[in-house]
Design a protein. Structure first.
Length: 310
């Protein structure tokens, strides 16, 4: 991945973010619940939307402006520079859409996106997202724990890992005409990581359906791992016995490990991971172990050598 270049955020951005915050505050009141039924866009209107802003997993860090979240992206299926996904992702067709869940499960199933949206209460989760390129964002995502979906297919005792497969269709995803990665984009987690409540099956951000450049209509968000683990526009989830080979491991095995836990003590071979630039901020901040989620997830890695298992 290319080195960090901060985005220009014009002052016009301040308005939508302030509006979102005011709306969120209002939605937490009784009047807000009634309004939620009629307020566009779609996700605000969903009757399974949980109480916004109350998730025990939300951090209180200042939000990254919506414009930066939606115009400064990594989504190589739409180009390798940060501005290209927002410009090119219009060709992505997000309906109809299904996710096939298969492999080491008792009940493999093809889930329609509309069914997925209603399967569990959508919750707003304000998460930090730390990119391997040493920048970070704070985003109000909308989704529910991936565990809600996985338990429905009844994993067998052989299910040790989970593989995520993104859409492969060069007609919709022009970046796939270039062999910058081995398409389709593949990512993976250990089963216990995938079942951890912080692992979010994500449908929206900033109170709206996911913009295409952010991985519409459904993606994963892993707040304690480098951003590349958070696969976008996924169409398949496979439960498997062996550790899957991911796109980034194929592209650079010495640079991108399977675990990819945010770790300030383990540098990328070409740059330090000790600090990060929070988008919109001037001074760099220290990167926190597991991106600040150590209390929640450190136990998953007890006894593991995190230098070797990077
Ligand atoms: N998923 C797919 N399918 N293709 C990608 O190129 N990029 C990853 C991840 N998921 C990527 C992907 C990287 S490197 C990051 S940092 C995050 O998406 C960025 O998510 P965002 O654009 O919503 O901030």
């Amino acid at each position: 991945m290319k080195p960090y270049k901060p985005p220009a955020i014009p002052s016009s951005e301040i308005t939508p973010q302030a509006l979102f915050l005011a709306r969120r505050k209002f939605m937490q009141t009784a009047g807000g619940a009634a309004l939620a039924a009629v307020w566009p866009p779609a996700l605000w209107a969903m009757d399974n939307l949980g109480e916004l802003g109350k998730s025990k997993y939300s951090v209180t860090d200042e939000l990254t402006p919506r414009q930066a979240v939606t115009e400064y992206n990594n989504f190589y299926e739409f180009g390798t520079s940060k501005d290209q996904p927002a410009i090119n992702a219009g060709s992505l067709q997000t309906r109809p859409w299904t996710i096939t869940v298969e492999g080491e499960v008792k009940k493999s199933k093809v889930f329609d996106i509309e069914e997925l949206l209603k399967m569990a209460a959508l919750e707003e989760r304000i998460y930090r997202l730390r990119c391997v390129e040493a920048w970070s964002m704070v985003v109000p995502w909308l989704g529910y724990s991936l565990a809600e979906l996985l338990k429905r297919v009844e994993p067998t005792g052989n299910a040790k890992f989970v593989e995520f497969v993104s859409l492969h269709d060069p007609a919709q995803m022009p970046g796939q005409k270039a062999a910058v990665l081995d398409w389709p984009y593949r990512e993976g987690l250990r089963m216990d990581e995938a079942m951890h409540p912080l692992t979010l099956l994500t449908f929206g951000l900033y109170g709206e359906v996911l913009p295409k450049q952010n991985g519409a209509p459904v993606r994963i968000v892993m707040p304690w791992k480098y951003g590349f683990k958070s696969a976008k526009s996924i169409v398949k989830i496979r439960l498997v016995e062996q550790q899957p080979l991911t796109s980034w491991m194929k592209a650079g095995p010495g640079e991108y490990g399977f675990y990819a836990n945010v770790n300030p003590e383990v540098d990328h071979p070409r740059w330090s991971q000790a600090k990060e630039r929070r988008i919109g901020e001037f001074l760099k901040r220290k990167t926190l172990m597991f991106n600040g989620y150590a209390d929640e997830v450190a136990a998953l890695y007890a006894g593991m050598d995190l230098q070797r298992n990077f």
